[in-house]
Design a protein around this ligand. Sequence first.
Ligand code: IPM
Ligand code: MN
Length: 354
Amino acid sequence: MKNTYSIGLIPGDGTGPEVTREAVKVMDAAAQKFGFKLNYTPYDFGAERYLKTGETLPDSALDEFRKHTALYLGAIGHPDVKPGILEVGILLKTRFALDQYINLRPVKLYRTEDCPLKGKEPKDVDFVVVRENSGGIYTGIGGVSQKGTGLEVATQVMTYSRPVVDRCIRYAYEYARRRNRKKLLTLVHKCNVLTHCGDLWVRAHKEIGDREFPDIKQDYNHVDAATMWFVKQPEWYDVVVTENLFGDIITDLAAIIQGGLGVSAGGNINPEGVSMFECMGGSAPKYTGQNVINPIAAIAAGGMLLDTIGETAAAEAVDKAIFAALNSGKIKLLAAGQMGLGTTQVGDLIASLI
Ligand code: IPM
Ligand code: MN
């Protein structure tokens, strides 16, 4: 019997459905080649449903999500919806409820010409950021008082417990071991100012590394310096681990050195549960329905999904097909509208290369 996996599909807003279609096309091509089956259950969560019904993501949906092997998210965000509503109501709600405590973001340059850095080639830009995805400022702990008066006070607190830090650090060490390249885990934080939270991360990184991962080298960067070194010496990095908000910020920088949001994918991972994959870019509403958005990030996210459910050969084939498509001479630039091919043609090309 063929292995069958149940995938919850949330195409979302703007260009989300267009890129999701291409990701499904390529995942299915890989499934066919490697002899397994993906059964998709679509969900219509996103701006349209919210604007019609006022509902973002009901709790009953989370119960359904828990039954799938994995989830795939296109993109959410709409110009008519105030910032924060869909992000918190759908994306963060799912991350927290399913305890997707790792946000895994590979940073991989496929072609020299897509890199904005002078003199850097694919061999120089190839690392992975492990962003903590369940704690920190994102938990929203804090409050506001005297709102609207001249004396308004607002707090939003960076919270981290030792177990939440430990499980992230441990995942990152294990990832560095499995990746088997430089065997280097760089912690990025700001321990010179965040003397409580930063110190917690620094001790966890050292203690777990010394005790359980003597084969992995340890390094540390302050987050401000890391933004500089990502640009100047990306080749220094192998696996980077960091807390939630710093990880959010540095992975946008990392995305541009690998060619931009058109190719940068990520996974919200619960290593013991249900994970959700998405491209790093947003819903890009102005390109909706024009067949011009780059689907490669979404396709790469599909590849990460396959890797996480255990179909590693299929995942590798997706990555190789992306590489081959990008180096076929058929895709000009990575930006929306500048590919020289349409969204569906890029998907067809990659699917044909599986
Ligand atoms: C990301 C996004 C989200 C985040 C937003 C949309 C809530 O920027 O996945 O990087 O901040 O995590
Ligand atoms: Mn972000």
